[in-house]
Design a protein around this ligand. Structure first.
Ligand SMILES: O=C(O)CCC(=O)C(=O)O
Ligand SMILES: [Mn+2]
Length: 196
C-alpha cells in the first residue's frame, strides 16, 4: 500500500493504491451487477430533478440518514463488502456503520459542491471514500478566503480519499461533470451515522 498523500494537512489525505487493481475490479463488477441502483429525485427551490448519478445505501440495521430533503433507510450490508470495510476500518482506526454508493455512468454524471455536514455524521466526521473504475476529478472548494484556492485531485481506481478533522467545516467538495469521454466509476463513501 502506498503512503498517504497529504492534500490538506490534518483534513484530507489520498492513498492512491489502497485496493489492489484486481480486488477493485472484482468489487466493481459485483457492485455493478448486483446492487439495486436508484436514481434519486432531488427537490431544490421548489423544483424537482433527477440526480445526475445512481446511488445506493448500505448500513447496519436501523441506520437512517437524511440529506438533500431525502430520508434513506439503509439496505443490509452485502457480505462481499466486509473485507474492504474491515481494511478501511483498520487503516483509518474508525468504525463505519454505513456506506453510500455513487455510480457515475459517464462524464455527464457528477456531484455538485457540498459538504458532508449533516447532524447525524457528528462533529468532524471521518469519511473514507473508495474509488473504483474510471478516474474522475475531485475538487475541494475553500469556504474561507484564508484557505486559498480550490484544490483539484484525480481519484484513480483503487484510491482511498480520507476526509477528517475540519474538512467538512472548511471545504465543500465536488466531482464535476466532464465532456472528456470517461467510463463508469463507482465510489463508496464509508460513514459513521449517529442516531439523532
Ligand atoms: O464520488 C466522490 O468521489 C465523492 C462522493 C461524495 O462526495 C459523497 O458521496 O458525498
Ligand atoms: Mn461528499
Amino acid at each position: 500500500m502506498v503512503k498517504p498523500i497529504e492534500i490538506v494537512a490534518n483534513e484530507c489525505h489520498l492513498i492512491p493504491e489502497f485496493a489492489t487493481p484486481s480486488s477493485g475490479y472484482r468489487l466493481l463488477e459485483q457492485l455493478t451487477s448486483t446492487v439495486n441502483w436508484e436514481q434519486e429525485v432531488i427537490r431544490l427551490f421548489d423544483k424537482t430533478h433527477n440526480s445526475p448519478r445512481l446511488s445506493a445505501w448500505f448500513g447496519e440495521a436501523g441506520t437512517v440518514y437524511k440529506y438533500s430533503g431525502i430520508t434513506r433507510v439503509a439496505l443490509e450490508w452485502p457480505e462481499y463488502l466486509d473485507e474492504i470495510r474491515h481494511q478501511i476500518e483498520a487503516f483509518t482506526e474508525q468504525d463505519f456503520n454505513s456506506v453510500l454508493l455513487n455510480y457515475y455512468r459517464g462524464g455527464s454524471d457528477g456531484m455538485g459542491k457540498h459538504s458532508d455536514d449533516e447532524e447525524e455524521l457528528g462533529r468532524n466526521p471521518v469519511i473514507a471514500s473508495l474509488s473504483l473504475g474510471a478516474t474522475r476529478r475531485f475538487i475541494l472548494h475553500p469556504k474561507f478566503a484564508a484557505l486559498g484556492k480550490s484544490i483539484s485531485v484525480n481519484l484513480p481506481h483503487g484510491s482511498l480519499m480520507v476526509m477528517s478533522g475540519n474538512c467538512q467545516k472548511n471545504w465543500k467538495h465536488s466531482v464535476p461533470k466532464t465532456k472528456t469521454p470517461v467510463g463508469p466509476r463507482i465510489n463508496l463513501t464509508f460513514r459513521k451515522i449517529y442516531s439523532c
